[in-house]
Design a protein around this ligand. Structure first.
Ligand SMILES: C[S@@+](CC[C@H](N)C(=O)[O-])C[C@H]1O[C@@H](n2cnc3c(N)ncnc32)[C@H](O)[C@@H]1O
Length: 303
């Protein structure tokens, strides 16, 4: 991340969500309330996003975004909608099964914790994010009266520290709670030691049977984390944003990697598989799915 600057990629995801919310078939995929809440947070964070929002239904703007998507991140808009829907459904399923705490790591402008906290006052929700990104999110939450009382924001730079100390020192955090952790669009930005530290934090600070839901990218033949079909261009753009990809793991290798930190992999899925289930009308599919960022669910069973 660029020193002292809020995450550009986090704002990019939120803007893509707003754009997706203007397409009928993608809007239906988005979790209830996600677009409204995102709009509030993003409007407080970025004047450019407010202006852009006013253009989102215009033909010329949609054509421009369509070209940009095809040239850089084919399937990107479907990806944002499917990713939000997958994680939302999974988190609610884990909470319905008895988890009482939600911890969203690298939350950016995502609204999952906010919406869960509003809908389920008995669930304690935490967002842990880079201090610079979180400071901007706080401004957005202030426009919502600060957010619900059971939503707590904890600033941590994962490259410097583990959230361990921050959450352990927080009297509102209960390590005995069965917890659902979310790391959406986060692990690829961290170096492997920081990813391992995060996994240990999840394992040490929650009850057995807690779940970690996360997204990840694979590794290309050159050993670098995959960033889609236009790898070089994406590498340059991510570097310019100050958020280069640092970590990837191939899906075949993921069970071994997770087991080395005491986790069992439960599920791996991707857009093309989710679309078959969630978007039965194939005429709404993109030419190409963004299958290089995948979704996974893992569980830890402490001895
Ligand atoms: C692509 S955004 C994803 C945001 C959100 N999870 C979503 O999917 O909408 C990446 C997020 O990772 C966070 N992040 C990146 N590097 C970080 C670090 N070293 N410490 C803490 N957070 C970091 C950024 O602040 C940002 O919120």
């Amino acid at each position: 991340m660029r020193a002292g600057k809020s995450s550009r990629t986090a704002l990019g995801v939120a803007r893509a969500l707003l754009y997706a919310s203007r397409s009928p078939h993608l809007a239906d995929l988005l979790p209830d309330g996600a677009a409204d809440r995102t709009r509030t947070l993003v409007f407080a964070a970025s004047r450019a996003a407010r202006v852009e929002y006013g253009w989102m239904d215009r033909g010329w703007y949609r054509a421009l975004v369509g070209v940009n998507e095809r040239l850089l991140v084919p399937g990107g808009m479907h990806h944002v909608a499917l990713r939000k829907r997958f994680l939302d459904d999974r988190v609610r399923a884990v909470l319905d099964a008895g988890a009482t705490r939600l911890v969203v790591l690298g939350a950016g402008f995502d609204t999952l914790a906010l919406r869960v906290a509003e809908a389920r006052p008995s669930v304690t929700c935490f967002e842990v994010d880079h201090p610079a990104t979180q400071a901007v999110k706080r401004k957005g939450l202030a426009t919502l009266g600060g957010g619900p009382e059971n939503l707590h924001l904890v600033p941590v730079d994962f490259a410097e520290a583990s959230p361990e100390e921050a959450l352990a020192a927080d009297p509102r955090s209960d390590d005995a709670a069965r917890t659902v952790f979310v790391a959406e669009g986060l692990l690829m930005y961290l170096a492997e030691p920081a990813v391992r530290k995060l996994l240990r934090f999840v394992r040490n600070r929650s009850a057995p049977e807690s779940r970690l839901l996360f997204t990840f990218v694979g590794v290309g033949p050159d050993g670098r984390p995959r960033a889609g079909p236009y790898q070089r261009t994406m590498d340059v753009l991510l570097k310019l944003a100050g958020e280069p990809f640092r970590f990837g793991v191939e899906p075949d290798d993921l069970p071994r990697f997770l087991a080395s930190e005491g986790f069992h992999l439960e599920t791996v899925t991707r857009d093309s598989e989710l679309a078959a289930e969630l978007l039965p009308d194939r005429s709404t599919w993109p030419n190409r799915f963004l299958d290089w960022e995948m979704y996974a669910a893992a569980v830890h069973r402490r001895e």
